[in-house]
Design a protein around this ligand. Structure first.
Ligand code: ZN
Length: 317
């Protein structure tokens, strides 16, 4: 990856230092048919009291604000947005994408995905902390990836960032309708998120976040259960991904129900994602809220339920 450092941002347009590198925020320049060089040059030479870390077009990536410093990019609230308050200028890295003919074009998307992957691995940022300016401030940015069918383009970008590799091959729908295509994409994205959350939760024997359920993911689902049983009940299980007599004994007559906060809820949240459902977030430990209740259409999951959700995934239980 080539990054051009020849046009650093004018220092009056940003603040030195940071408060963590927890989010990556994607923007568009809002200045159609202008290049990364033109935008970087503008922020290098003009006093605008706004800034970003990177500008990308079809040919190049320009570094503007140094990664360790705070760009002024997401500090203004335009409406209610899910990441307002958690994603801030001081804990995020902002990337501006150039548009041509009103669209973010393929070569720009390639470069952006490569840079995002690099930053995710460098700072340990999970995919659900790769967000749009829109998700933080309700500003229509990046406009080509906000609203209606354009939401799918944003989902596709994140899938592309995750990369499709690893176990098994995707099962394409033959001649899908656009709606079926969108559902497939969203389901695969949920599964990929579930895989990444499972990695984060268990912390070993990482699996590919490829959106495909195969043997490694099934085994990981059981590891998630074993890890939750160890955390909630000091079960002392070997986290080997095999649901044997010890694991079943540890489940005992335990259950989770709405309002409870437990790692067993985290397990069920991750399983919901692996089923392509949206539990409205995964927490460590998890709180059994309305998102999870609607994903499984129940306020209560017991021993049979735990084994049932694993069985649905094709795990041997
Ligand atoms: Zn923006």
């Amino acid at each position: 990856m080539n990054i051009d450092y020849s046009l650093p941002c004018r220092s009056s347009n940003y603040r030195a230092g940071n408060n963590g590198r927890d989010f990556i925020v994607i923007h568009y320049t809002g200045n159609d048919n202008s290049t990364a060089w033109q935008n970087a040059h503008y922020f290098a030479t003009s006093k605008v009291e706004a800034s970003a870390h990177y500008f990308i077009d079809n040919d190049s990536i320009y570094a503007s604000v140094p990664e360790d410093d705070t760009a002024w990019a997401v500090g203004v609230k335009y409406g209610n947005a899910p990441y307002w308050g958690s994603c801030k200028n001081s804990n995020s890295i902002s990337i501006e994408l150039c548009t041509f003919g009103g669209e973010i074009q393929g070569p720009t998307i390639d470069k952006a995905a490569e840079l995002v992957r690099h930053l995710m691995s460098k700072y340990g940022i999970p995919i659900d902390h790769v967000v749009r300016h829109y998700d933080v401030c309700a500003k229509c940015c990046p406009a080509p990836w906000v609203g209606g069918a354009r939401e799918d383009l944003w989902t596709l970008f994140k899938l592309y960032v995750l990369g499709v590799s690893g176990e098994g091959a995707p099962t394409p729908i033959v001649n899908p309708t656009p709606a079926a295509q969108a559902i497939q994409v969203v389901a695969n994205f949920a599964i990929a998120c579930g895989q990444q959350c499972a990695n984060q939760f268990v912390g070993h024997d990482f699996i590919a976040a490829d959106g495909i359920i195969g043997p490694a993911t099934r085994r990981m689902a059981i590891r998630v259960l074993q890890h939750a049983l160890n955390l909630d009940y000091n079960a002392g299980l070997v986290e080997d991904g095999i649901c044997g007599t010890k694991t079943k004994a540890a489940i005992g007559q335990h259950y989770v129900r709405r309002g409870e906060r437990q790692y067993m809820v985290t397990f069920v949240e991750i399983l919901a994602l692996l089923h392509g459902k949206d539990p409205h977030g995964v927490e460590y430990p998890g709180t059994y809220g309305s998102g999870l209740a609607s994903a499984y259409n129940t306020d209560y999951i017991d021993r049979n339920g735990f084994l049932f959700v694993l069985g649905l995934l094709g795990c041997e239980v």
